[in-house]
Design a protein around this ligand. Sequence first.
Ligand code: TXA
Ligand code: MG
Length: 324
Amino acid sequence: MKTEIVDASPAGIERAASLLDSGELVALPTETVYGLAADALDSNAVARIFAAKERPSFDPLILHLPGLDWLDRLTTASGDPLVQALAAAFWPGPLTLVLPRRPVIPDIVASGLPTVALRMSAHPVFRAVLDRHARPVAAPSANRFGRISPTTAAHVLEELDGRIPLILDGGPCAIGLESTVIAVHDGTLELLRAGPISTDAFAAHAPVFCTMAGAAIKAPGQLASHYAPRTPLQLLTHVAQADSWPAPPNTGLLAWSRSARPRQFSAMEILTPRNDPAEAAARLFAAMRRLDALGLDLIVAEPPPPSGLGAAILDRLKKASAPR
Ligand code: TXA
Ligand code: MG
């Protein structure tokens, strides 16, 4: 199969929507990362996502709503005041809510779980395609399983060339990190994946519990090794450590901010010259990909400041550095 990249013009949007209509896959930009979309209510179309990504069937997908009017058709919790409040505060945007699912959602989307992950993207191109398709789509990140999420159309091509017919190019993703995933329980919230919306933002609505280090894995985004470059990656505990460290040969540095770097590193990427976590988030996955393409023996990463968006970046770096 030939994979085409097309601009997100009205004609491109129309082509993407008609591919979705006929049960095909398309890669679409969202404000977080590129997603690999299929009609969520068509099991055969959704099965193609698992095949193209080589994703294990136990890892459930995120279902993206064309509009709020779909909420009640997809979950029995649409009347829950906490769900209403979160949807009003954060949708459209980088929040995914895990809620009890209705039978209209095929088992394959939810990997047989009684719950489903729901999100509404704010990206104008994504929304235009969903408006035209007029049905929800299932869309995980458009990378092969376990690899770095794509934040440009070119990254999607690196991951899925020959496996999907179309990539709609909406430019680089503004946020660059996958959505925050929250399970809504009886009046409390459970953080399943740290993301662009930090836990502080939810505290006004309900108590937030963080069970990510717990025994049972509820979201495979919680799997230790994820978002991983091919090159081994090690995470320093302090930013200044790279200065004094006699790094082994052929080592690259994923620097947080400062530019005065010791010569012993063969390559370097600076995540945020402005020392701004939002800038670092937007550049993180592209920088990891560039270092990964250099044939280094090791990548050493400096840690971000551990609060807010920094916590979500730290989560991705820890997963990239986990033993595989
Ligand atoms: O920003 C994003 O969320 C992107 C864009 C494309 O929307 N999507 C994304 O999807 O990151 P994916 O499939 O790579 O990650 C979805 C996460 C996984 O960790 C999955 O295990 C979790 O959501 N998840 C999905 N359904 C779930 C459920 N019913 N219960 C718990 N976790 C669930
Ligand atoms: Mg993913």
